[in-house]
Design a protein around this ligand. Sequence first.
Ligand SMILES: CC(=O)SCCNC(=O)CCNC(=O)[C@H](O)C(C)(C)COP(=O)(O)OP(=O)(O)OC[C@H]1O[C@@H](n2cnc3c(N)ncnc32)[C@H](O)[C@@H]1OP(=O)(O)O
Ligand SMILES: O=C([O-])CC(=O)C(=O)O
Length: 377
Amino acid sequence: MSENVKINRGLKGVYFERSGVSDIDGAKGELSYRGYSIHDLATHSTFEEVCYLLIYGELPTAGQLADFDADLKAARVLPDEIHAIIRACKDGHPMDVLRTCVSALAALEPASQQVGEEAFLANGVRLTSQVPMIIAAHEAIRNGRDPVAPDMTLGHAANWLWMLKEEKPSADAARLADVDFILHAEHGSNASSFAARVTVGTEANLHGAIVTALSTLAGPAHGGAAEDVMKMVHEIGTPDKAAVYVKAKRAAKEAVTGFGHRVYRKEDPRARHMREGVRKLGEEMGAPEWYEILQAVVEAMSPYARHGLNVNVDFYSGVIYQLHGIPMDLYVPIFAIGRMPGWVIQCIEQQRGNILIRPLTLYNGPELRGYVPIADR
Ligand SMILES: CC(=O)SCCNC(=O)CCNC(=O)[C@H](O)C(C)(C)COP(=O)(O)OP(=O)(O)OC[C@H]1O[C@@H](n2cnc3c(N)ncnc32)[C@H](O)[C@@H]1OP(=O)(O)O
Ligand SMILES: O=C([O-])CC(=O)C(=O)O
């Protein structure tokens, strides 16, 4: 019987649930949130508006957006204990510190333990505001500074940059961060969102699911790619060395980071906006060489594009962060800031008509055998 079982390793191509949040057409290279093209949202919307759209299903009216924005701003508060925890583990990777703090918030805030849609919504809004605060506070503390208080006059992206650098960002820098968050906000059944759903499937609370999601995002095959791309760009050094680098990687059968995707066979539609951001920012800052190295890698990888191997969202984002002077180990945490609304709404969706997620593994270990006492082994 076991020979006839079809195993879908990595759950490739398996549908496990319906979702009304985002739609990916991998063959065409298209992505939409709640029926709105990612290109329209990246061009016209703000992260707050996209959060509202993802969570409530419709674009907000001006009044709804103002109320939602006020809720996000009111949630810009961290218990003192979180700063103490950050001080205790300040030398850790920011992703480990972030995950530890989200986990600690579950123990420090009684409301975080509640389940049910209303609790998930309230906790989701609170965490969406607290996640950037934790990352910025850690960056301050590990550099011997005090955490920067949030600026309630600034939107989500601009306030994040303010707390990170204690400098008011230019309108262009704030908009670039805003677009980055919009592009990272949601992406179907990616590994971290799926993992969060598995946690909610056991009727656990939202904080627990976000801890699961953060753990899963951290790996280089998922959210860690932007950091690896930046390391690759440094290793390549100049555009003329890109072809040799790619050839060596292909010969060693190693992945060229920032390329490839489980679903897209055309270019990841989010990459277009990031590419334009890198090009423009590099020119403005008198540092066009980063864009040139990236484009030389794309050129060297072009023979594989027809096999569906194209750049993904994280190919360009690292250079943008580098041009803003953001340390490499903050790249995955930045992804997490953007992904918060996607995780929250998928947890809420999972909870509606919840079902335990529990697939099967086909046993291929030893036959049933007699127990041997330890003295006889
Ligand atoms: C936000 C995100 O999470 S986007 C993804 C970020 N991750 C990266 O950029 C890391 C580099 N990319 C990868 O490791 C992979 O493309 C993944 C993990 C993203 C997707 O992997 P999978 O869907 O399992 O694709 P899979 O591994 O089956 O690859 C299919 C083929 O393309 C090749 N391939 C996939 N990605 C790459 C790559 N980046 N470079 C070179 N070859 C690649 C594989 O070797 C495989 O070739 P084969 O059929 O000859 O064995
Ligand atoms: O969908 C995926 O597998 C990974 C991805 O691009 C994302 O999470 O944004």
